[in-house]
Ligand binder design. Structure first.
Ligand code: PGA
Length: 253
């Protein structure tokens, strides 16, 4: 059975003490709502990770929002997958569109980061997604296929089984414009068929594919009811404990 995952991406928000209080609320609320099939993850800024791991009680897992591709070295300001893993964090977001766009992260770099995450026993939440222009001019399937292929060309099947894919249409991130359940399902099915071409049906059917982009307590249930949607990557709504818990609840089946 595919893992059902709800992951919160706090982005560059919250001071350390704000992060601790929000996370404590989330752990308290989520523990009564989540069932055994669900994995709930929070990806805070790096400086919160260590403290949140201590508070997580195994109820909510912790992930980073990025990692450097090298293990260590003279890379001022960077954090490696090995360092993240040493805190007890278990996940790392790789290739979020904000990293691709504002930090010029290329497909090639993102593949290196994914490999480093896997070598350090972190689960990569690998993001792909098209822009509004690509959606409107009908090239989005091709764009998504290329983003996926850039990764699958370098990972063997065994490694790929440890990767989670997040489909995040850029036009839906932080805009309040969610993809409709039908639009999201169409793309998720396409991603699964592209993975089947690369690794075969069995592995494609085991891969968790999350939806992200203005997912909230109101639209989550319909999105998660789609056959190929295995959870969500939640930005804005993960900064409010009630909203985030309601999204977890919406997936409690
Ligand atoms: P959003 O962000 O839920 O605020 O749209 C999603 C994301 O960027 O991961």
């Amino acid at each position: 059975m595919r893992k059902k995952i709800i992951a919160g991406n706090w982005k560059m928000n919250l001071t350390h003490s704000e992060g601790i209080s929000l996370f404590s609320e989330i752990v308290n609320m989520v523990k009564d709502e989540k069932n055994g099939n669900q994995t709930v993850v929070i990806c805070p800024p790096f400086i919160h990770i260590n403290s949140l791991v201590q508070l997580s009680n195994g109820i909510v897992k912790i992930g980073a929002q990025n990692c450097h591709e090298a293990l260590n070295g003279a890379f001022t300001g960077e954090i490696s997958a090995k360092m993240i893993q040493s805190t007890g964090a278990e996940f790392v977001i790789i290739g979020h569109s904000e990293r691709r766009q504002y930090f010029n992260e290329s497909d090639e770099l993102l593949t290196k980061k994914t490999i480093s995450a896997l070598q350090n026993n972190l689960t990569p939440l690998f993001c792909i997604g098209e822009s509004l222009e690509q959606r409107n001019n009908g090239t989005y399937f091709e764009v998504l296929k290329n983003q996926l292929k850039a990764l699958t060309a370098h990972l063997d099947a065994t490694d790929f089984t440890k990767v989670v894919i997040a489909y995040e249409p850029i036009w839906a991130i932080g805009t309040g414009l969610t993809a409709s359940a039908a639009q999201a399902q169409e793309v998720h099915a396409f991603i699964r068929s592209t993975l089947a071409e690369a690794y075969g049906e069995e592995i494609a059917n085991q891969t968790s594919i999350l939806y992200g982009g203005s997912c909230n307590a109101q639209n989550a249930a319909e999105l998660f009811a789609q056959k190929d949607i295995d959870g969500g990557l939640i930005g804005g709504a993960s900064l409010k404990s009630r909203d985030f818990t309601d999204i977890v609840k919406a997936f409690n089946f």
